[in-house]
Design a protein around this ligand. Structure first.
Ligand SMILES: C[S@@+](CC[C@H](N)C(=O)[O-])C[C@H]1O[C@@H](n2cnc3c(N)ncnc32)[C@H](O)[C@@H]1O
Length: 401
C-alpha cells in the first residue's frame, strides 16, 4: 500500500462563518500518477458538463454523494470524451490526417495510444475515498474490502491509519479483477482454471496457449524455462505435457504470487519452481525455453502495460540474446509472438528475423494460428484493420551451427 498522501480543503459543516478544513489521506495510484494538486469536493448536484470541464482543466473531483451516482457521472464523462472525437473540429482534423501520411497504421496507433492516455487521465480525475480498512463511506456502495485486499494487500498493523483516496476508474478495475480472480479463467488446453490476479496478464486469449499445447516436445526434453510467466499458465502446460522440471520467472511480484498460487492449486509444485528474476533464472540451462513477451514495441505507462507493451523490443531482444547461452546442446527456444506490431508499422518482419540472426539463432519451424478474440471482429475498434490481419506464431528456434 502507498505512503504518498493527498490533501484537500472542504468547508466545515455548521461553522459560522464557514471555515475551511484541511484533510489528508493516502494517495493510491497503480500507474504511479502523482497526487493531484487541485481537489474539489463534489456531489450529485454537479452536472456532468461541469464535471467534464473541471476534469479537462486538470481539477481532481473528490466524490461525496451517492456511490451509484458517481458511477453514472463517470459514464457521462466517458461519453463526453467519446463525443470529443466526433465533433466537427475532430472530424476535420481526422480527414486532414487521412489525406496526409498521418493516416499510416503507425500514426493511427500512436493517436490511439494518445487518446487512451488522455481518456485515462480525464476519467482518473474522479476520486473516491476509502476508509483505512477499505470501506466506502457512501450510500449504495458495494463492499470492496476483499477486492482491495487482493489488489493492494492487507493493511498491516502498525501502519498509520488514514483514509485512502483512489480514482473511481482504478477502483472499478480492482473490483472487476476480483471477479475474475473469484471465477477463474477456463483454460481448455489445461482442462483446468487459472486464477488471474489484479495487475497480472490474464490468459484470456486462448490461441497462443493452443500453440504451446500442440507444438512438438521431444521425449528427451526434461527441463524447461518459462520466461515471463504471468499467471504461470504456460509453465503449468509444459509440466502437464510431461516436462519433469520447469523454472518459471517474472519480474512482477504480483505475477510471482499469482503463478505460485496457480501451480500449487494444480498440484504441480514438485515440477514447477517460480523465481523472481529478470528474464533467465540465475543458474542453469534448459532443454526447452519458452517466452511469450509483450507483443507491441511501445512505451509502457503503468505496471500492467509492461505485459502488453515492450519498449524498444527490450524483453524480446533480452530473451533472444540470452537463448543460446541458456539452452542445453540440441535445446529449443519457443518465441510466442503475434505479428500485430508488423501490421501497425512498429516492427518489420525483416527486423524480427535480423534479431534471430544477431542472437545466433536459426529457425526450426513456425506454427501459426489466427486469433479469435472479440476485438478481431470489432469494426469499431481503433486498431481493427491491424487486428483483422493478425496471426499469432510460435517460432521454434535453435542455436545456429
Ligand atoms: C505477455 S505476458 C505473458 C504472461 C504468460 N507467460 C502468458 O503467456 O500468459 C509477459 C510477462 O512477462 C513479464 N516480464 C516483463 N519483463 C520481464 C523480464 N524482464 N523478465 C521476466 N519477466 C518479464 C511480465 O510481467 C508479464 O507477466
Amino acid at each position: 500500500m502507498t505512503t504518498n498522501t493527498i490533501s484537500w480543503e472542504s468547508k466545515s459543516k455548521g461553522a459560522k462563518p464557514a471555515k475551511n478544513e484541511t484533510h489528508t489521506a493516502y494517495w493510491q495510484s497503480e500507474a504511479h500518477n502523482p497526487p493531484p494538486k487541485r481537489v474539489h469536493v463534489i456531489d450529485d448536484t454537479l452536472s456532468a458538463d461541469a464535471a467534464y470541464k473541471l476534469a479537462c482543466e486538470g481539477n481532481a473531483m473528490l466524490w461525496s454523494g451517492d456511490f451509484q451516482n458517481a458511477k453514472h457521472l463517470m459514464q457521462a464523462i466517458s461519453r463526453r470524451i467519446d463525443n470529443r472525437f466526433t465533433k466537427p473540429k475532430a472530424v476535420k482534423a481526422a480527414n486532414q490526417a487521412e489525406r496526409s501520411n498521418e493516416s499510416s497504421p503507425q500514426a493511427q496507433f500512436h493517436l490511439h495510444r494518445k487518446n487512451q492516455i488522455e481518456r485515462a487521465r480525464t476519467l482518473g480525475m474522479l476520486l473516491v475515498e476509502l476508509s483505512s480498512d477499505y470501506a466506502l463511506p457512501y450510500n449504495r456502495a458495494p463492499d470492496v474490502k476483499a477486492a482491495c485486499e487482493s489488489a493492494y494487500g492487507v493493511i498491516k498493523n502498525g501502519v498509520e491509519k488514514k483514509n485512502i483516496v483512489v480514482s473511481l476508474r482504478e477502483l472499478l478495475g480492482v473490483i472487476g479483477a476480483y471477479e475474475w480472480r473469484k471465477n477463474g479463467v477456463d483454460i481448455e488446453a489445461l482442462n483446468a482454471k487459472i486464477t488471474p490476479y489484479y495487475g497480472v496478464y490474464s490468459p484470456l486469449r486462448g490461441e497462443y496457449i493452443n500453440l504451446v499445447a500442440t507444438a512438438p516436445i521431444a521425449p528427451s526434453v526434461k527441463t524447461a524455462f518459462d520466461i515471463g510467466t504471468g499467471t504461470g499458465v504456460l509453465a503449468a502446460l509444459l509440466a502437464q505435457r510431461g516436462v519433469a522440471n520447469v523454472v518459471a520467472t517474472d519480474t512482477n511480484p504480483r505475477a510471482i504470487k499469482c503463478a505460485t498460487e496457480n501451480i500449487t492449486t494444480l498440484g504441480l509444485t514438485k515440477t514447477v519452481k517460480i523465481a523472481e528474476a529478470d528474464l533467465y533464472p540465475e543458474v542453469g540451462r534448459a532443454d526447452l525455453i519458452v517466452c511469450n513477451p509483450p507483443w507491441i514495441p511501445a512505451s509502457a505507462n503503468s505496471p500492467i502495460d509492461h505485459a502488453i507493451y515492450d519498449p524498444n523490443n527490450q524483453m524480446l531482444k533480452g530473451f533472444l540474446n540470452g537463448l543460446v547461452g541458456h539452452l542445453n546442446p540440441k535445446g529449443e527456444g519457443w518465441l510466442i509472438i503475434s505479428d500485430i506490431a508488423e501490421h501497425l508499422g512498429l516492427r518489420t518482419r525483416e527486423a524480427l528475423l535480423a534479431m534471430f540472426v544477431a542472437a545466433g539463432l536459426t529457425i526450426i519451424d513456425k506454427l501459426d494460428i489466427k486469433p479469435t478474440h472479440a476485438k478481431t471482429q470489432d469494426k469499431m475498434d481503433a486498431l481493427y484493420a491491424a487486428r483483422a490481419k493478425e496471426v499469432t506464431s510460435l517460432w521454434r528456434l535453435k542455436a545456429a551451427v
